[in-house]
Design a protein around this ligand. Structure first.
Ligand code: SF4
Length: 444
């Protein structure tokens, strides 16, 4: 049962020492009540307060770690604009024991890396499915081989005996045992406990899942994931939403767990739509039926956009960047420190084949026009930054190329930087290459 701010306040020390970052204990209590703070932030909380508030300050959707520390859930809001989503959906690939080139697929999964706006995006788990080509012990050896190649947590799916053997073979890997029902829950709980794994529980409907998670928790095992049985996109959307809402709004612990979804409709486009639904609608792990770079590129990019904190734009460090191997006479470009802008502009300069300098002033991670409108990318601000980094001592060039969308700051910038000429560059980064050819190389 969630406690109100007033009830929580009575349990706090009442000294208003401000060490938690709030001005008063009451203000901190209100934050705790709205799940916008954690009790750990008060160094003086008593053991009694910790005990009573422990459950109340727990994230409504329980966190769980798989593999070498990949976190799932711990979510506190229904929509990301309310605060932020905490742990992104893990994208996994399924490998069947019938797959001829399974080891090659495992190597591709292990090596998969997508770099986008300064972040490295990777796969988070591998499902190993027994299609009964292999016997139980062979399945376990197969699972171990896949684990040894990928070092990723596995999602084990097969007969009880096969999964038991595989769980022992990859003991300590914090893998997931899939498809646990009321019928095998006790046995699987012991296997998971002994070998350090997580259980993905399933039932015919939401009530059955509730019953099963409550039972396992009462039995002292709470490293759980929910695997809903859904048969259509609409049902998956609805079920995930019902569970998340029940956990967040009604504090219903029995549904407050990460989810696991195997995706395999036999139609690539439909699979993609279901995966997108999992990423947007609270999925914990989405398992794709095969390794497909085109699908992965789309899903990884989409996931990054959804799970980027909207209140904290991704930024790069404000400084002078060398693109290629510029010298004292190389051209100087300038743009903002919004990551996407930086990577687009630096990539296009690189593509144009020239060496150049790129000035990135502090703009709080805003794009060019937003930063200009907010007064963060004015002539005066840019000039101050250029002086701060000592550009005149590093480079002899006295021409600065500004983004075309802020042509209006050119006069102010020239006034603030006597001796410099400001050139208005293209508005779109995609036009940098033609700008370089038409203006810079022509005048060289
Ligand atoms: Fe109150 Fe603890 Fe915050 Fe100090 S740190 S103001 S005692 S809640």
């Amino acid at each position: 049962m969630a406690l109100s701010g007033l009830q929580i306040n009575k349990l706090l020390p009442g000294t208003n020492c401000k060490e938690c970052g709030s001005n008063t204990c009451m203000a901190f209590a209100m934050k705790l009540a709205s799940k916008k703070a954690s009790l750990d932030e008060c160094p003086y909380a008593s053991d009694e307060a910790k005990q009573i508030l422990g459950a109340a300050s727990e994230p409504p959707v329980k966190g769980v770690k798989i593999g070498k520390g990949i976190s799932l859930s711990e979510e506190t809001v229904f929509y990301r604009h309310e605060k932020t989503f905490v742990n992104q959906t893990v994208i996994a690939i399924n490998i069947n024991d019938t797959e001829m080139d399974a080891h090659e697929t495992a190597k591709k999964i292990a090596a998969y890396k997508l770099e986008r706006v300064g972040e490295i995006l990777t796969l988070g788990a591998v499902a190993v499915t027994q299609k009964h080509l292999l016997g139980d012990d062979e399945y376990a050896s197969f699972a171990k081989e896949i684990y040894d190649i990928t070092s990723l947590p596995l999602i084990l799916r097969g007969s009880d005996e096969a999964v038991e053997a595989a769980a022992k073979a990859v003991a300590g890997s914090a893998s997931v045992i899939s498809g646990v029902t009321m019928a095998n829950a006790d046995k699987m709980r012991e296997i998971a406990k002994e070998n350090g794994h997580i259980l993905a529980v399933t039932a015919d409907d939401v009530d059955g899942v509730r019953e099963l998670t409550a039972k396992l928790k009462a039995d002292g095992f709470n490293h759980l994931i929910i695997e809903f049985k859904t048969h259509s996109l609409a049902e998956a959307f609805q079920t995930n939403s019902i569970a998340r809402k029940a956990a967040l709004k009604n504090n219903e612990k029995a549904l407050g767990y990460a989810t696991l979804k195997f995706i395999d409709t036999g139609d690539d486009c439909e699979d993609m739509v279901i995966a997108v639904n999992e990423i947007t609608k609270f999925g914990g792990i989405a398992v794709l039926p095969s390794f497909d770079r085109a699908q992965l590129f789309t899903l990884m990019t989409f996931r990054q956009n959804i799970y980027t904190d909207p209140q904290k734009p991704i930024q790069v460090e404000p400084k002078l960047y060398a693109i290629g191997e510029p010298d004292k006479n190389s051209p100087i470009f300038i743009t903002t420190n919004f990551s996407l802008t930086y990577f687009l502009v630096s990539g296009e300069i690189e593509n144009s084949g020239i060496n150049a300098w790129l000035i990135i002033p502090e703009c709080e991670g805003m794009s060019v026009l937003t930063a200009w409108a907010a007064g963060k990318f004015s002539g005066a601000k840019i000039a101050a930054f250029i002086k701060e980094i000592g550009l005149a001592d590093i480079v002899d060039t006295r021409e600065i190329i500004i983004p075309g969308y802020v042509a209006q700051i050119s006069g102010e910038l020239e006034e603030e930087l006597p001796g410099y000429k400001v050139i208005v560059g293209p508005g779109e980064s995609s036009d940098i290459e033609s700008f370089v050819k038409a203006v810079l190389l022509k005048n060289a």
